[in-house]
Design a protein around this ligand. Structure first.
Ligand code: CMC
Length: 430
C-alpha cells in the first residue's frame, strides 16, 4: 500500500501519515498527530477532503453515482423492501428475518404516541410558525420527557431511544402541520403501517372518515427509503458533533433537524417548488437559466448540484421515475413536472452545468411528488427529517458505542487582531 507523509520543504522534516483503509473507497490519511508532531494544523473548510469518522452504515461513490446502505444498493432496497425493513437494516447492519421484522415493526408501532403534555407545546407557537421550527423545538423538548433511558453507554437504552425517535417523529411532524393548518391533532393508528399512519395523521380529520390511498403510502415509503441516510452530510455530522459531548440524544436530534432546514441541505426541496412557482411557465425557463449562470445574480438552480455526487445522484433517478408513476396513478396533471423536466434538459446540455458536474439531486423532483400527495410546501423538509431520523439515530448510536469516542473539536486558523493590551476607556479612540 502507498505510504504518505507530510514534508516541510524548507527543513526536510517529514511526518508519516498512517493510512486508514475502508472496505470501499479511498483511504483516509490520519492527520490526528500532525499538530503534535510538526506544529501545523491541516485546513479544510467545508470538509471537502476530510473524513470525520469511520462508519459502517452508508457508502457513497460520488463519481459512479453509487449509494449503498449497509452494502445494499439503494435502488434494490427501494424496490424490494419497506421503509421499516430499511430502518432495521440501517440500525442493525443486516436485513431482518421475518420474525425480527415483526418484532421491530411492533415495537415502532407501540411507541408512536407522544406524551399528552408535549402536545401543549405546539399551542405556544405563533399561528404561522414553520413546521421545521416546531420540529426543532418539540424534538429538543423530548429530552425533558425522557430521563429514564439516557445512559448513552447502555445498548438497551440506545435501542429504546432509537425506537422512540423513529416512532414519534411522524406524529410530531403531523402535529406541527395540524397546528399550522388549524386542525385538531390526530392520534396515531397503530394498525396502519408507518407511511399510512403518517398520511392518516396528516390528512384525516375527526369529522369524517379518511382512507389512505395505497399508491400514496407506497410512494411515501419509497421516498422515505431514499432519504433515510446519506453518511456524513451536514445534519448527520451535526448530530454526531452534538452527541460527541455526551448530550441528551433527543437534544442531539434537534440539532440535526436545525441543520437540515437550510436551503443548501434538506430545505432545498421547498426551495425547488418555490423556484418552479416563480419561473411559472416553460417560456421563462431560458431567462431563469441565464440568471443562474450570472454569478452576480446570486441565483442557483435549486435541486441541482451536490458536494459528493459528480456524476448523478442515484436517488434523483429513482425519484424522477416515481414522480411520473405517482402523478399518472393519482391522475394529477402538474405543469411543474413539465417545467422541472425542461430545466433538467437545458441544464444537462449546458456547458456551465457540464463543466461543474452539476446534476439533479434528491430534492429536484421529490417536492412534485409531495405536492401530488397533498403535502403543503412547508412540510417538504419535515418529510425529509422524518426519513433522515433513521440515519441520525444510527450514526449517533454507532458513535456512542465506539470505545474511543472523543468530543469533536475542530481547530481554526486565527485571523483576528494580534495580542494587545486593554486601554482605559478615556484613552480609547484617541
Ligand atoms: N446552481 C448553479 N450553480 C451551482 C449550483 C447550482 N445549484 N451548485 C453549484 N454551483 C456552482 C457554484 O456556483 C460553483 O461555481 P464556480 O466554481 O464557478 O464558483 C460550483 O458550481 C461549485 O459549487 P460549490 O458551491 O462550491 O459546491 P458545494 O459542493 O460547496 O455545494 C451544494 C453543494 C449542494 C450546496 C450546491 O450544489 C447547491 O447550493 N445546490 C443547490 C441547493 C441544493 O439543491 N441542495 C440540496 C443538496 S442534495 C440534498 C441534501 O444534501 O440535503
Amino acid at each position: 500500500m502507498a505510504r504518505y507523509s507530510l514534508l516541510n520543504e524548507d527543513t526536510g522534516e517529514k511526518v508519516e501519515l498512517p493510512s486508514v483503509s475502508g472496505t470501499l473507497g479511498p483511504v483516509g490519511l490520519d492527520v490526528g498527530k500532525v499538530y503534535g508532531n510538526s506544529g501545523v494544523f491541516t485546513y479544510d473548510p467545508g470538509f471537502s477532503s476530510t473524513c470525520s469518522t469511520q462508519s459502517a452504515i452508508t457508502y457513497i461513490d460520488g463519481d459512479a453515482g453509487v449509494l449503498l446502505y449497509r452494502g445494499y444498493p439503494v435502488d434494490q432496497l427501494a424496490k424490494h423492501c419497506s421503509f421499516i425493513e430499511v430502518a432495521y437494516l440501517i440500525l442493525n447492519g443486516e436485513l431482518p428475518t421475518a420474525d425480527q421484522l415483526e418484532a421491530f415493526d411492533q415495537s415502532i408501532r407501540r411507541h408512536t404516541m407522544i406524551n399528552e403534555n408535549l402536545k401543549s407545546f405546539f399551542g405556544g407557537f405563533r399561528y404561522d410558525a414553520h413546521p421545521m421550527a416546531m420540529l426543532t423545538g418539540v424534538v429538543g423538548s423530548l429530552s425533558a420527557f425522557y430521563h429514564d433511558t439516557t445512559n448513552n453507554k447502555d445498548p438497551k437504552h440506545r435501542e429504546i431511544f432509537a425506537h422512540r425517535m423513529i416512532a414519534k417523529i411522524p406524529t410530531i411532524a403531523a402535529a406541527a402541520y395540524k397546528r399550522y393548518a388549524g386542525q385538531p391533532f390526530m392520534y396515531p393508528q397503530n394498525h396502519l403501517d408507518y407511511s399510512s399512519n403518517f398520511l392518516n395523521m396528516m390528512f384525516s380529520v375527526p369529522a369524517e372518515p379518511y382512507h389512505v390511498n395505497p399508491v400514496a403510502a407506497k410512494a411515501l415509503d419509497v421516498l422515505f427509503i431514499l432519504h433515510a441516510d446519506h453518511e456524513q452530510n451536514a445534519s448527520t455530522s451535526t448530530v454526531r458533533m452534538a452527541g460527541s459531548t455526551g448530550t441528551n440524544p433527543y437534544a442531539a436530534m434537534a440539532s440535526g433537524i436545525a441543520a437540515l432546514w437550510g436551503p443548501a441541505h434538506g430545505g432545498a426541496n421547498e426551495a425547488v417548488l418555490k423556484m418552479l412557482g416563480e419561473i411559472g411557465d416553460v417560456k421563462n425557463v431560458q431567462g431563469f437559466m441565464d440568471k443562474v449562470k450570472d454569478k452576480n445574480s446570486g441565483v442557483r438552480l435549486m435541486g441541482f448540484g451536490h458536494r459528493v455526487y459528480k456524476n448523478f445522484d442515484p436517488r434523483a433517478t429513482i425519484i424522477r421515475d416515481e414522480c411520473h408513476k405517482v402523478l399518472k396513478a393519482l391522475n394529477v396533471d402538474d405543469p411543474k413536472l413539465e417545467l422541472a423536466m425542461k430545466l433538467e434538459e437545458i441544464a444537462l446540455s449546458d456547458d456551465y452545468f457540464k463543466e461543474r458536474k452539476l446534476y439533479p439531486n434528491v430534492d429536484f423532483y421529490s417536492g412534485i411528488i409531495y405536492s401530488a400527495l397533498g403535502f403543503p410546501v412547508n412540510m417538504f423538509t419535515p418529510m425529509f427529517a422524518v426519513a433522515r431520523t433513521v440515519g441520525w439515530v444510527a450514526h449517533w448510536s454507532e458513535m456512542i458505542a465506539e470505545p474511543g469516542m472523543r468530543i469533536a473539536r475542530p481547530r481554526q486558523v486565527y485571523v483576528g487582531a494580534d495580542a494587545r493590551d486593554v486601554q482605559p476607556l478615556a484613552s480609547r479612540g484617541a
